[in-house]
Design a protein around this ligand. Sequence first.
Ligand code: ASP
Length: 428
Amino acid sequence: MGEPNGENKRESHYEMKLWLQIIIAMIAGMIVGVIMRLTGLDAKLLLPLGTVFLELVRMLVVLLIFASMTLGVTGVHDPKKLGRLGSKTLFFYFCTTIISIFVGIAFATYFEPGVGFSEEMANTPITITEPQSFSEIFVSIVPSNPFAALVSGNALQIIVFSIFLGVAINMSGEKGRPVKEAIESLADVMFQLTGIVMKFAPVGVFGIMAWVTGTLGIESLLKLAKFVLIYYVACILFVGIIFFGILRFIARLDPMKFMKGMWSAIVVAFSTGSSSASLPVSMKCIQENLGVSQNITGFVLPLGSTINMNGTALFQGMAAIFVAQVYDIHLDFYSVLIIVITATLSAVGTAGIPGQGFIMLSVVLTSVGLPYEGLFMLAAVDRLRDMIGTVLNVMGDAVVAVTLAKQEGELDELCYNQGIPELEGSEV
Ligand code: ASP
């Protein structure tokens, strides 16, 4: 896996066409959604198409995380290298998360999207499920029963088990080889299955987009347009400055090639609003289009899709300041510091599914005594922010994976640089 052989190039060609199909489906879904809204038809009717697709993707995630993470660890025989890779990954994730929060806070402070905002919108009732506390999250990452973790799809527990299993397989030497080979074969099969499931992506995306545009109230959209606009601008600048900066100056790679290689994953992230749904295609992209080794992919991406959420962190920083502005609450330096800390933790605790970052925002708000009701105002446009936010979440993991692969000598630069033949030229 991960070699730019002929077969993989054929897959890349397929991927290229896939993203185009998804974009067309997205636009068609939006048009149908608007028409349904105007004609009074319930856009929820089309949602099952999207739900079935998301369920199909979720069907992949558990085994994919298990197989790729375990293989990622077994691929690193030297315990020192494993430690170095682990600490570098966490370091990159931590730094980019902190920067994201600061960017969110800075944009909201400068552009003041919440100043002069009517408080009436705070009365719109929505249902919020209680987030887990941090000590609960910390204790619960160790699985007492790995099968239960797999059955319940608890990503962090699966990752912890896979790391231990990978280390144990290596320590077992020859005797551990059959287990390793079985898991290798499982990973290959899951990759094939990903290709099959992604064929349904355009249909699913069509249903999701029709539902999003068909149910989004124009009134609430207009009221929150400034917030959404600032968020989109901040995200785009974040990609252009931070992500491209890391690729250009730390990894010394061309960021445009990165965008081309990742395009399918970006489109899937934008349309599904779910990093865990984007994980399979994201792994495929960085291995087959960007030449990242299987080890680094397996080690860095599943972990990132669970704990590294740059878009979510940026949103939480921005949203906390927005709510303070709406209610005209002054935040001192200490409160801002608490926001940075809680937003870091809550971004880590955010699951890679639509709307989770919004739920976790309640942790940030309550930590500094901001009104919980502030959430209600942002509910109407959460899906919109989630789409671009998820793109950042997915890209952030891939940027770290590519950078580490380059540093560890596990990047096939020929594959990275030659691009996807069909993407060169006029089509992008
Ligand atoms: N939907 C985001 C993701 O899956 C998480 C969030 O709600 O911010 O990455």
